[in-house]
Design a protein around this ligand. Structure first.
Ligand SMILES: NC(=O)c1ccc[n+]([C@@H]2O[C@H](COP(=O)([O-])OP(=O)(O)OC[C@H]3O[C@@H](n4cnc5c(N)ncnc54)[C@H](OP(=O)(O)O)[C@@H]3O)[C@@H](O)[C@H]2O)c1
Length: 357
């Protein structure tokens, strides 16, 4: 085992200000395991945390002056086991869960206090102690880099498609799934939806990315830059019916359009806010109650998913041999560059930092 624990830290004061440091390797306590971290995937949230902008959950609004190890998603190997742990052994390959205390069912406010990479220390380091119940087995067929992409992006996508169905009854066949953009959550959504037998529609600002989405199996693609009325294009593609399930990633500038291209009885998953967290003055959401009732739409807020749904999803991934789309892998020393690359939005799918050499 190495002598020290290399780690990146942020004071939540800017992408330029992340620093590399080191600490002693922690020891697992009762019911805990020590994990040697191999690969970390980045999420949009991590860039927000680093910039001090992750402020829409009151229980995780971190102290900006405190040093924090950022990031939540990792694949690693168990390096030591604390007392009273029977579920794991040294060498097991495992994945973090975003909110380790959220084991099943509806997430509650108290769960948020266990969020990785804010408010709790994250995974952009060599070693971290985890509760034995806060990790899941990594699918054997995936590389460390691929497997590290599952905790936030894939689980959120899984919940967007299946969260309203009971555990063990995943679906999607015969449904039309619309994903906005080609980032981590949306490309995971495309892969899961395709494997489920759904018809898929992908929007993007880039024709090049849409070409890649087609290669991944997207049935229909729309460039939302050159076609700002993309919701009408969705209605044409679906012959006037609209999409059954929408990944609402944009927020302020896209939500109204999602209401306009969802089907009767459809589901809009409120996932992200990449176009802003405050209402767009031209967005016309004043009658959101009418927007919901006129087509009996469900607008469902999503915060990732519980551990049992993560395990259900891993079985589905293994059954369908889905490989998460890793766009680029950075070295541990290049983590600062990796955050900036993700924030630039030039990626397709996921961005990963390799931690172990
Ligand atoms: N609620 C949850 O549990 C949860 C979980 C994960 C993520 N999120 C949120 O979901 C969002 C996406 O996260 P991520 O990690 O997938 O981000 P990401 O990998 O950085 O991807 C963001 C993507 O958004 C797309 N985009 C930007 N403007 C858009 C617009 N006007 N219309 C449609 N798409 C647009 C871009 O796609 P193109 O480059 O193709 O245009 C970009 O690649 C973030 O707001 C994040 O905080 C929430």
């Amino acid at each position: 085992m190495a002598e020290t624990n290399r780690q990146w830290q942020t004071r939540q004061d800017g992408l330029d200000k992340v620093t590399k440091t080191s600490s002693a390797i922690p020891k697992p306590g009762d019911g805990e395991v020590l994990v040697r971290i191999k690969a970390v995937s980045l999420n949009y949230r991590d860039t927000e945390v680093v910039m001090g902008l992750y402020n829409h959950h009151k229980t995780v609004d971190g102290e900006s002056s405190n040093d924090l190890v950022p990031c939540s998603d990792m694949c690693g190997e168990i390096a030591a086991i604390g007392p009273n742990v029977t579920a794991w052994k040294n060498g097991d390959r495992v994945l973090s869960t975003f909110i380790p205390s959220h084991q099943t069912g509806q997430i509650k406010e108290h769960h948020m206090a266990s969020g990785m990479g804010l408010p709790l220390e994250g995974v952009l380091q060599d070693y971290r102690v985890f509760p034995a119940t806060g990790i899941v087995k990594a699918p054997d067929y995936l590389s460390d880099e691929e497997a590290s992409c599952l905790p936030i992006a894939a689980v959120t996508a899984w919940m967007a498609i299946n969260g309203m169905r009971p555990l063990g009854q995943s679906g999607g066949k015969g449904e039309t799934v619309l994903v906005q953009g080609t980032g981590g959550v949306s490309i995971s959504g495309l892969q899961i939806a395709k494997a489920s037998g759904a018809t898929t529609i992908v929007t993007s600002s880039s024709d090049e990315k849409l070409k890649r989405a087609k290669e991944l199996g997207a049935d229909h693609v729309i460039n939302y830059r050159t076609n700002p009325d993309w919701e009408q294009a969705v209605m044409e593609i679906t012959k006037g019916n609209g999409a059954d399930i929408i990944f609402e990633v944009g927020g302020a500038k896209t939500l109204r359009k999602s209401f306009d291209c969802v089907t009767f009885g459809g589901l809009i998953n409120s996932i992200g806010y990449v176009t802003g967290k405050t209402d767009d003055p031209e967005g016309d959401l004043t009658n959101i109650n009418v927007l919901a009732l006129r087509k009996t739409v469900t607008l469902k807020g999503i915060i990732n998913g519980p551990r049992d749904r993560f395990e259900e999803m891993c079985d589905f991934y293994a059954q369908h041999r889905i490989n998460p789309l890793v766009d680029r892998v950075f070295g541990f020393d290049e983590a600062a560059k990796a955050f900036k690359f993700l924030y630039s939005g030039s990626h397709f799918g996921k961005v990963v930092v390799r931690v172990a050499p």
